[in-house]
Ligand binder design. Structure first.
Ligand code: NDP
Ligand code: 2IT
Length: 449
């Protein structure tokens, strides 16, 4: 593990002591602190004003009970969270995750990442994240609706267009956002479109928001490859996950002339050497809420399903982890490197372990961290807020072009900052320093609050 500047080491020690057991939060914070060494030297004012310590402490953390009744009449109980991490640049902004593994440490790591990602996006949004340890798998629509209504019955008092604007994440898509928005509107008696993003197109949503994270990740990958005189056209890609981010990343890989050879879900992965049929994946995962294993039954012809195992054993030029945190280990990195991968670009949040990231960097593989590469989702959420505020709606082509420009700008910001701080080509350093300094300058301007 790289050593930390002494000033940052004491911040990290304090963070571990104050947040015991929250290992993902420790991991996300450590990565940012490792990048900030040169900033402490060039900008002593940040450390003097304790900006780095303050940025590691959420402004507010809300934990609440979510009781609901299942289809058999049984009372169920979940725990809900909203961590309002930093509002220096705008209202707290970040998704809601519904997954049985969610605990405070998950939401804190995601909220922490979100501060720097949102800053880097160039949009006026702060950082936050929320969710619950609710498992939507196997639940009926009516059960998901009752859960969402109960969740919003507490959450509504903490959010608002100028305060905190949630959206989707794992387990939260169009269906859940519909139930959440409906309940917010009912409780508050306000049609406050800007309170949530990722809304349906007929009730205040933005074109391209559904596609934005996946499309943006691939636009970012395209810029990374261009910077190395390589092209996405003609390349093969392996994508983990088969949810929102993975599906639209795959769609954009095809749009730009590449081929997706493998995708996965939590039970295993499919390999289709002639190219994964993304229409079939959409039908199975989006429409039927089925399992990726169903793909081979319907596709036939050479496609295989491997239960368990690692999707990263499939040789490819481009690896796009789009499922969940720490899904790509050092062992998986060694396998990808051995098979000649050119670039690894994170569609998910923190999917590569620190050892895996180091292995890619040491092997000279281009590595795009999630807080830069997947920022297209939240950036398009900010475009949705902009449309809601002006009661306008833009067409698909215009909105996608805005997203494309945003992703090129983020790439440029990361590359320039990395170079400025003596780490050319290191997008982790570029993203962390660039994201941090903007927030830190705003916090300095506000004084000690
Ligand atoms: P979805 O719920 O749509 O899809 C998640 C996918 O990842 C599914 O295929 C799921 O498989 C798989 N997955 C989830 N948890 C695990 C796990 N513990 N182990 C193995 N596989 C898992 O979520 P999204 O596509 O929205 O999110 C994917 C990632 O992208 C997350 O890290 C999220 O934070 C990040 N992200 C999402 C954004 C968005 O706009 N939605 C924006 C930026 C980042 P299964 O169905 O079997 O559970
Ligand atoms: O991790 C993320 O950036 C998201 N889940 C999207 C957040 C948002 O507010 O659109």
């Amino acid at each position: 593990m790289p050593t930390l500047h002494p000033r940052l080491a004491s911040v990290f020690d304090e963070l571990v002591r104050r947040n015991p057991g929250e290992v993902e939060f420790h991991q996300a914070a450590r990565e940012v602190l490792e990048s900030l060494g040169p900033v402490v030297v060039t900008h002593p004012q940040y450390a003097e004003a304790e900006i780095i310590r303050r940025i590691c402490e959420p402004e507010r953390q809300i934990i609440f009970r979510v009781p609901w009744v299942d289809d058999s009449g049984q009372v169920q109980l979940n725990r809900g969270f909203r961590v309002e991490f930093n509002s220096a640049l705008g209202p707290y902004k970040g998704g809601l995750r519904f997954h049985p593994s969610v605990y405070l440490g998950t939401i804190k790591f995601l909220g922490f990442e979100q501060i720097f990602k949102n800053s880097l996006s160039g949009m006026p949004i702060g950082g936050g994240k929320g969710g619950a340890d609710f498992d939507p798998k196997g639940r009926s629509d009516a059960e998901v609706m009752r859960f969402c209504q109960s969740f919003m019955t507490e959450l509504y008092r903490h959010i608002g267009e100028y305060t905190d604007v949630p959206a989707g994440d794992i387990g939260v898509g169009g269906r859940e956002l519909g139930y959440l928005f409906g309940q917010y509107k009912r409780i508050t008696n306000r049609y406050e479109s800007g309170v949530l993003t990722g809304k349906g197109l007929t009730w205040g949503g933005s074109q391209v928001r559904t596609e934005a994270t996946g499309y943006g990740t691939v636009y970012f990958a395209q810029e990374m490859l261009k910077a190395r005189d390589r092209a996405l056209e003609g390349s093969t890609a392996v994508i983990s996950g088969s949810g929102n981010v993975a599906i639209y990343a795959a769609e954009k890989v095809y749009d730009l002339g590449g081929t997706v050879v493998a995708m996965s879900d939590s039970s295993g992965y499919i390999v289709d050497p002639t190219g994964v049929d993304i229409h079939l994946v959409k039908e199975i995962k989006e429409r039927r809420r089925g399992r990726i294993s169903e793909y081979t039954d319907e596709r036939g012809s050479g496609a295989r399903f491997i239960r368990g195992g690692s999707v990263w054993d499939v040789p490819c030029d481009l690896a796009l982890p789009c499922a969940t945190q720490n899904e790509l280990s050092a062992k998986a990195a060694a396998s990808l490197i051995g098979n000649g991968v050119l670039a690894v670009v994170e569609g998910a949040n923190m999917p590569c372990t620190p050892d895996a990231v180091r292995a890619f960097q040491e092997a000279g593989v281009a590595f795009g961290p999630g807080k830069a590469a997947n920022a297209g989702g939240v950036a398009t959420s900010a475009l949705e807020m902009q449309q809601n505020a002006s009661r306008d709606s833009w067409n698909f082509a215009y909105t996608e072009e805005r997203l494309h420009v945003i992703m090129r700008d983020i790439h440029e910001r990361c590359a320039t900052t990395a170079e400025e701080y003596g780490a050319p080509g290191n997008y982790v350093v570029g993203a962390n320093i660039s994201g941090f300094t903007k927030v830190a300058d705003a916090m300095l301007a506000f004084g000690v609050i």
